[in-house]
Design a protein. Structure first.
Length: 644
């Protein structure tokens, strides 16, 4: 019986069951004589898959699995969510507590954080509860805990409670303390809140010592205004939103920051608020503003924190491994570990999170300017700003400058600004007749309709992420963040992916003449339905080839081009978006002139034209074109960096 079963397994002819081909091949190689032999075969098979996966994950740290479907099926039996070694979340509660804690401590680093974030974990909130045995604290004589003095009853501060001071009686008294803090006859709490909100908007509070309202504090600059705002705040149910609305709609807030010599002489510190205080944005606001105008802002709301930027070599890295790197979310979601604060935040006066702070200092130091001029983040935002569709479609330089100003400052440039910006663009490049794109080749992806076999090459987009020798959707591959999946482009090929997009290599002719197109398209998988290559000349199809586990020459000869004409080399996944790895590095060759066939023309290779990671010695600013430099100047300007 066992022998017959083994024969059917080897032949992959089990009733109502189709074996994984890798499993069938393992049984064919070593035919079992007993169940022990079957177990040994599976043991060896899983050992091989495990070693192959560890090797693959080491070479491609951001991969999520094998591209080969059959290998991936076996890998999931070891590492998948439903793998035998994975305990479902609902089954954790059935474990003996000592076994549970031992398992967690052994297998899961940072267990408390992981338990809190596990999908099966209940929603949690930090709470405080009274102990069963309450006690009154003692005064420590000279602050020495070993010399306790008289007991002090739990009660509100005597200075504020006055003669009505009585000990708390309900439990520890925490609730009674909270009620006393916000009691209507307590004049301090609401005034402190109002003063801090005012300081957020004007840079300085009505009382300029926000943490000190005592006898040694500065008197309010406008005591009646502080009293009135406080009463309005309390009457609105302590609504901070209503308080913001009241202040922002005031004529005082909506003043200009322009100066007046006579008023400046009378009130040089602007304590009487005769103009708006010009105020520099905090780093978090600068970060978010640049993301917003460049179009790179990730609007995701809520969820766990994420790292805003990569830590410098001299920064202490956080202990936790759960924070993902995502510099495109709002800074409010930025992960902060108090004892390992990134140096960049300290450069921009971020307050020490180990201490309470009544306000943020404002300094002006060279490292701030150096970050804005040379930092990767600023330059990336400038590049993304210029790459926006509404900027790129403006062919007239004056119109493009106007759109940049509108995007960054929400206004049109003045005639002087337009003249200066135009002169800057013009001085940064040679005459228009001699201008060529930085590269004849552009690499990206475009919409693809598989039912109509249509490629929208007029809507080519660049890849969001560049790793050494590859363009792809995200640092993790396959991409799950931007929806590009397995889509990938390399110097010699790539993966056609799926999801309604195709790969595009686009060549712009720097000359007028006749060219020939050459290349070899290869596909090496029996699974799937292969890939298809299409060549478009000035938007018109000039050739198309399909391959499935084979190769084909992709040659088009005698194409007449004018300077600036475009030829698009497109790869799509036919209908099935799996097993679509391919090789194709087309070339454009200049045809020799009639009677001069021995003369070798220029060759424009897509492989040679593929972008390269810059060397460490290369100044990134040297790679900036004039428009990107102008965008960076606007993002660094006082108008962008200041509220006025």
């Amino acid at each position: 019986m066992q022998k017959k079963l083994a024969e059917r397994v080897t032949a992959n002819k089990l009733v109502d069951c189709q074996l994984n081909p890798i499993v069938a091949a393992a049984f064919d190689k070593q035919r079992p004589e007993s169940l022990s032999d079957v177990a040994a075969i599976y043991q060896k098979l899983f050992d091989e898959i495990d070693k192959e996966w560890l090797k693959h994950a080491s070479s491609f740290p951001n991969t999520l699995g094998f591209e080969n479907l059959h290998q991936e099926q076996l890998r999931k039996l070891l590492y998948g969510e439903d793998a035998p070694g994975v305990i479902p979340a609902d089954d954790f509660k059935t474990l003996d507590r000592s076994v549970f804690l031992q398992l967690i401590n052994t297998l899961i680093p940072n267990r408390d954080l992981r338990l809190a974030m596990h999908p099966g974990s209940p929603r949690r909130a930090m709470i405080v509860r009274d102990t069963e045995k309450l006690y009154d604290p003692h005064i420590f004589i000279r602050g020495n805990k070993d010399r306790p003095g008289e007991a002090v009853p739990r009660q509100f501060i005597g200075l504020l409670a006055g003669e009505d001071q009585i000990p708390f009686t309900e439990g520890s008294g925490r609730l009674e303390l909270a009620e006393a803090i916000v009691a209507p006859d307590n004049p301090l709490t609401a005034r402190v809140i109002v003063n801090r909100v005012w300081a957020w908007h004007f840079g300085r509070g009505l009382v300029d010592t926000p943490s000190d309202f005592g006898l040694r504090s500065s008197p309010p600059s406008h005591p009646e205004l502080l009293d009135w705002l406080t009463s309005e705040f309390v009457d609105s149910g302590w609504s901070i939103k209503q308080l913001h609305r009241l202040i922002l709609n005031s004529a005082t807030y909506q003043q200009s920051s322009h100066s007046d010599n006579e008023k400046l002489t009378a009130d040089p510190e602007n304590r009487l608020l005769w103009r708006f205080n010009r105020r520099r944005l905090e780093y978090e606001a600068i970060h978010d503003s640049m993301l917003a105008v460049s179009g790179k802002l990730d609007p995701t709301r809520g969820g766990p924190s994420s790292l805003m930027f990569k830590y410098a070599a001299f920064d202490q890295k956080p202990n936790t491994v759960t924070w993902e790197f995502n510099p495109y979310r709002r800074a409010i979601y930025g992960a902060i570990e108090r004892d390992k604060l990134p140096s960049l935040l300290l450069t921009f006066d971020f307050p020490n999170p180990d201490e309470t702070n009544s306000g943020r200092n404002t300094t002006t130091v060279p490292t701030q300017s150096l970050f804005l001029m040379n930092g990767d983040f600023t330059m990336e935002m400038a590049t993304a700003l210029v790459a926006r569709d509404e900027i790129q479609i403006a062919s007239d330089p004056h119109e493009r400058i106007g759109r940049l100003y509108d995007r960054v400052f929400n206004r049109t440039p003045t005639s002087t600004e337009l003249r200066v910006a135009s002169a800057f663009i013009q001085s940064s490049r040679p005459d228009e007749e001699d201008v060529l794109p930085r590269s004849e080749w552009v690499f990206g992806f475009a919409p693809y309709d598989r039912d109509k076999v249509a490629h929208d090459i007029a809507a080519v987009k660049t890849f969001p992420h560049f790793v050494p020798t590859a363009l792809q959707g995200d640092i993790e591959f396959p991409d799950t963040k931007n929806g590009l999946g397995w889509l990938r482009l390399t110097p010699s090929g790539g993966h056609a992916g799926g999801g309604g997009v195709c790969l595009v290599r686009q060549w712009t002719s720097p000359v007028s003449g006749v060219v020939d197109l050459e290349g070899t398209l290869k596909h090496g998988a029996t699974q799937g339905d292969g890939v298809r290559a299409t060549v478009y000349v000035r938007g018109t199809k000039a050739g198309q080839w399909s391959v499935h586990n084979e190769e084909a020459a992709t040659t088009v000869a005698g194409i007449t081009v004018s300077k600036g004409d475009q030829i698009a080399f497109v790869i799509d996944y036919v209908r099935n978006g799996t097993y679509d790895g391919f090789q194709w590095a087309p070339e454009v060759r200049e045809s020799p002139k009639t009677g001069d066939e021995a003369q070798t023309g220029t060759v424009w290779s897509s492989k040679q034209g593929f972008p390269k990671m810059p060397d460490a010695q290369v100044d990134p600013l040297d790679e900036f074109d004039a428009w990107e430099r102008l965008a960076q100047v606007l993002l660094m300007s006082n108008e962008f960096m200041f509220l006025e």
